[in-house]
Design a binder for this molecule. Structure first.
Ligand SMILES: NC(=O)c1ccc[n+]([C@@H]2O[C@H](COP(=O)([O-])OP(=O)(O)OC[C@H]3O[C@@H](n4cnc5c(N)ncnc54)[C@H](OP(=O)(O)O)[C@@H]3O)[C@@H](O)[C@H]2O)c1
Length: 310
């Protein structure tokens, strides 16, 4: 067991520390008294994100695509977490560049800097052989990271929380649309997980300084829904009548292609690709239960989002 003093001297550097998941990881680690660096391309964003918190992390400017800034950011860290995301490609910021090459470069910089623990956030369904460039890059990224710095790979299902995009969009649309468009026949199975539970689990792994060597964790919530069941469940909670309407994936792909040109991208092709396959935690991989975490009921999260978006 670490003494309080050795914990506070343990530097954890979180790439993506301003993001939806990353800032929860940062908060959880600060609560546990670690010294935390939140890495961002815009360090002023770190101050803004944590302005109402009692403790703020150290803000570090780095771009995962810039090796010099990455080396400086990881120097002296005991643990490095990669929670960087890219959902839409722009110029040289491709899925391959960010999720494979840059993730492996970050792992290599961590190894060269004598970091003891590397935690890489990926996602359920990552597959190096997928036809989807996004899912393939996530799978290849896991392989590249594991062969560079064998550590912990975290695959969450879709994450939910008060400021998420997934459930918030569903709640808003279900309130206004009398006919609700489903992805395909709405039969894809999902296991939404509360983002705070994922951050808590990562906090546990850092606290325990590892998971006994290299390992893959899959984190899902307490209930598996088909997409249609989830839509109906939310409508019931909102006391709204809806008529679900199956829409073929080919139609969604065309819509996403157009949507990706909009300034605030409401729908992306990788989201459509992810919705083609079940997104449920594997029973033969460790998950929240193995870390003694009782996952939050998603109905509570839906109620909070519905309340906040009245
Ligand atoms: N959200 C979900 O439901 C979900 C589900 C499964 C898996 N995941 C995975 O979980 C991880 C975190 O996702 P999220 O939804 O929390 O992401 P997010 O909210 O979109 O945050 C993305 C983070 O990445 C940072 N970032 C982006 N490009 C960067 C770059 N070039 N250099 C340095 N930092 C960069 C951003 O920092 P700045 O903009 O401040 O630089 C931001 O902190 C990702 O790997 C994602 O694929 C997410």
């Amino acid at each position: 067991m670490n003494s309080d003093r050795s914990i506070s001297e343990r530097i954890v550097t979180v790439f993506g520390g301003t993001g939806f998941l990353g800032r929860r990881i940062v908060r959880r680690l600060l609560e546990k008294d670690f010294t935390v660096r939140a890495v961002s391309r815009h360090p002023d964003q770190v101050a803004a994100r944590f302005s109402s918190d009692t403790r703020a992390p150290e803000a570090v400017r780095a771009d995962i695509l810039d090796p010099a800034s990455v080396a400086l950011a990881v120097a002296g860290s005991k643990t490095v977490v990669n929670a960087v995301s890219l959902y839409v490609e722009h110029g040289n910021r491709t899925f391959e560049r960010v999720h494979v090459t840059a993730a492996a470069d970050l792992a290599a910089a961590s190894r060269n800097s004598s970091v003891e623990q590397f935690i890489h956030i990926s996602g359920i369904g990552s597959d190096p052989r997928s036809e989807s460039s996004y899912i393939r890059a996530r799978g290849r990224g896991e392989q590249a990271v594991a062969s560079t710095f064998p550590g912990v790979i975290i695959r969450p299902s879709v994450m939910t929380g008060p400021d998420d995009t997934f459930l918030t969009t569903l709640v808003r649309l279900i309130r206004v649309l009398p006919v609700y468009p489903l992805f395909g026949n709405g039969g894809t199975r999902l296991q939404p997980v509360y983002v705070g539970d994922v951050a808590e689990a990562i906090g546990h792994l850092i606290d325990r300084n590892g998971a006994g060597g290299s390992s893959i964790f899959e984190f899902g919530g307490p209930r598996v829904f088909t997409y249609e069941e989830l839509v109906r469940d939310i409508a019931r909670q909102l006391d709204v009548k809806i008529r679900p309407l199956p829409i073929p994936f080919e139609v969604w792909n065309v819509l996403a292609r157009v949507a990706e040109f909009l300034p605030a991208v409401p729908l992306t092709r990788n989201q459509i690709d992810l919705m083609r396959h079940d997104n449920v935690a594997a029973l033969d991989l460790p998950g929240l239960k193995e870390l003694d975490i009782e996952p939050h009921n998603i109905d509570e999260v839906i109620r909070a989002i519905a309340q906040a978006n009245k």
